[in-house]
Ligand binder design. Structure first.
Ligand code: HSE
Length: 439
């Protein structure tokens, strides 16, 4: 039986999971593949910390060159994370004619062009299934299973940490800081949790999803991004009253020749599938023009779920090696020659529904002042909630409104004017609502 050798760089959580999975399911994988995948060498700077899987010390090295220089190794698995030295490792592996498997979303979202181009020129594969949605087959679905479709829209939850935090705040009434600490101790969060809570990790993943869906490159800075740090318990409770849950959604919608791409806390109906995606789970609701809705769901992080995606890539590449081919499927959905810059719609032009929470003095005429300004800016009110409750320290009470579909530009202009009213005692909170567009 043929043996295909891989070298692993980065013996952390997912690296250990990859070794463990190949060991535990090796027999089955051999039967499916008709070949054996063996990790021959493992490089990591830290060889002291005990790992959840025991390996022969002779396999271990602190020098990644030992992997690049080993002619028997045909696949390099990069699980170091971050930009450098991960980028140099991948480019060196490509230069040496080795295939690459990586989970590095930040790197691919930022330097994907350079890496994919180098891989194409050298005729090697880049497997990156683990980079988006952990265990969920996002890359394969978009690049292969839905290859016949125009992707009309994607509504997705792509970050486990923020989904965990919002779930616990909503279900258990816990505060943001306590839950963030829990997520960190469970190993979902990035080394720097700002990446999670500010939506940066989600933006990296949405960037990859956009390039696969529309075959184009994306400038990450053009994706509108808002994290979850401003989501309060009060808004979660009002959302419940209105029949919504708040989720950090990564959204892509085709609008003619342009694409709307945005990440922000979003109110979605309680009975939508995405509303039942809880804890660290991720999901994507994709609509293709021929396929109609497709729903993908699974664990977006964690040792074994992410290792499952890494090993799936190893198996795919091993199949190419066995057949003596490579790059049967391009890295993105178009051959590299067809890749262009994606045309993202300016945020001002997007159209959605809004939730507003005004902190207003409880006086006659306040509602008419607010609704007058909204009307002047073409914003039509769908519902209003005002409860007779005790005013806060500033003497204000919450007044909640939802709107019919409105333009972002109009919403911003209206709130600017409203927040200047003397009867308002704080900045208005606004959260976008996705309802009919999700169906
Ligand atoms: N920090 C990421 C998350 C890990 O919370 O989803 C997986 O990319």
């Amino acid at each position: 039986m043929e043996t295909i050798h891989a070298g692993l760089i980065g013996f952390g959580n997912i690296g250990s999971g990859t070794v463990k999975l190949l060991r535990e399911n090796g027999g089955l994988i051999e039967k499916r593949l008709g070949a054996r995948i063996v990790i021959k060498k493992i490089a990591d700077l830290d060889l002291k910390t005990p790992r959840p899987v025991a390996v022969d010390r002779k396999m271990l090295t602190r020098d990644a060159k030992a992997i690049f220089n080993d002619p028997e190794i045909s696949i390099v698995i990069e699980l170091v994370g971050g930009y450098e030295p991960a980028k140099s490792f991948i480019l060196e592996a490509i230069r040496q004619g080795k295939h690459v498997v990586t989970a590095n979303k930040a790197l691919l979202a930022t330097y994907g062009d350079e890496i994919f181009k180098a891989a194409e020129e050298r005729g090697v594969n880049i497997g990156f299934e683990a980079s988006v949605g952990g265990t969920i087959p996002v890359i394969k679905t978009l690049r292969e299973s839905l290859a016949a479709n125009r992707v009309r829209s994607i509504f997705s939850i792509l970050n486990g940490t923020t989904n965990y935090i919002l779930t616990k705040m909503s279900d258990e009434g816990k505060n943001y800081k306590t839950v963030l600490r829990e997520a960190q101790s469970l190993g979902f969060a990035e080394a720097d949790p700002t990446f999670d809570v500010e939506g940066i990790d989600t933006a990296h993943k949405l960037g990859i999803v956009l390039s696969l869906s529309y075959g184009k490159r994306v400038n990450l800075a053009d994706i509108y991004r808002e994290g979850i740090t401003g989501v309060s318990q009060q808004d979660i409770e009002f959302a419940k009253e209105l029949g919504y849950k708040i989720k950090l959604l990564a959204i892509a919608i085709q609008r003619g020749d342009a694409i709307e791409a945005r990440i922000h806390p979003t109110m979605i109906p309680f009975d939508h599938l995405l509303a039942s995606v809880n804890s660290n789970y991720n999901a994507l609701h994709i609509r293709g023009d021929a396929s109609g809705p497709v729903f993908l769901y699974g664990q977006g992080s964690g040792m074994m779920p992410t290792a499952s995606a890494v090993v799936a890539d190893l198996i795919d590449i091993a199949r190419d090696i066995q057949k003596g081919v490579s790059r049967r499927v391009p890295s993105r959905s178009l051959s590299e020659g067809g890749i262009e810059e994606i045309d993202l719609m300016p945020m001002d032009e997007i159209v959605t529904n809004y939730y507003f929470r005004f902190s207003a003095l409880d006086r006659p005429g306040v509602l008419s002042k607010i609704s007058g300004i909204l009307g002047k800016h073409n914003i039509s009110i769908a519902s209003v909630i005002q409860k007779g409750r005790a005013p806060d320290k500033a003497g204000s009470v919450p007044v909640v409104m939802t709107t019919h579909e409105s333009r972002e530009k109009d919403m911003r202009a209206a709130l600017k004017e409203i927040d200047r009213l003397a009867v308002l005692k704080g900045k208005t909170v606004r959260i976008r609502i996705e309802d009919d567009r999700l169906k």
